[in-house]
Design a protein around this ligand. Sequence first.
Ligand code: GUN
Length: 288
Amino acid sequence: MSARIIDGKATAERLRGGLAARIATLGFHPGLRVVRVGDDPASGVYVRNKDRAAAAAGFDSATIHLPADIRESDLLMLVADLNIDPTVDGILVQLPLPPQIRPNMVIAAIDPAKDVDGFHPLNAGRLASGQPGLVPCTPKGVMHLLRDTHGGGATPLAGARAVVLGRSQIFGRPMLQLLLAADCTVTVVHSRSRDLAGECRRADILIAAVGRAGLVRGDWIAEGATVIDVGINRGADGKLVGDVAFAEALPRAGAITPVPGGVGPMTIACLLENTLEAALARRGVATG
Ligand code: GUN
């Protein structure tokens, strides 16, 4: 048997189409500002893709590009300006930041109502305590894909054994919270865990987000499991590869996300979804 390929690109296009249709009825263009500091080439690609997708869906989107040697205090002042700008609904400061800037200081300075990355401690706390708030884009995108894959007559998410590889603030931890909220039984494994392969083999849903090309081998995957690959790594030949050895996983998994074209496009779509949610919430419009 060969796994069903989970088409994140198509799902993201549908999601963006729905957002564009909603925005066309609003009478205003939700404002997104993406802040890029320095010239990290990968960040350049991500930021351009975000800007392009936002503009196409009807957002008022702009990138603010700052020099790599900017002082932390100057970046904090810019964030303060964006916080009080009524035309701005969403603020995203692209990570990583140069070493003179403490990311936690910058994240904490963003108005939680405009924190479309969902990284502010207030939004992280809301997520952990089951309250509504802005949710980090990549794990939110993964939940969309899982609901599609495990909806209808398929194995339900409730009660499924989910294993998350990686415990980062921006992915692993919020992913854990979202899976718990969906009634999964969740295990988070990380660089200090014993028997990674054994833990993975117990998963109905295996989510890899460690940033190590091909770490997850075919025999780590239970027959029929859903495999979500969050890794974006450059292979020796310069091509993008995930954390999962894709060719080995295909005959074992029930469904799997490719890299590229799986989780990546969903992250951008969910950033736009968050920006629309923030715009509506700031105007007192309830969202579902
Ligand atoms: N760098 C890599 N992923 C992300 C993300 O989701 N948000 C931000 N702000 N920076 C990132």
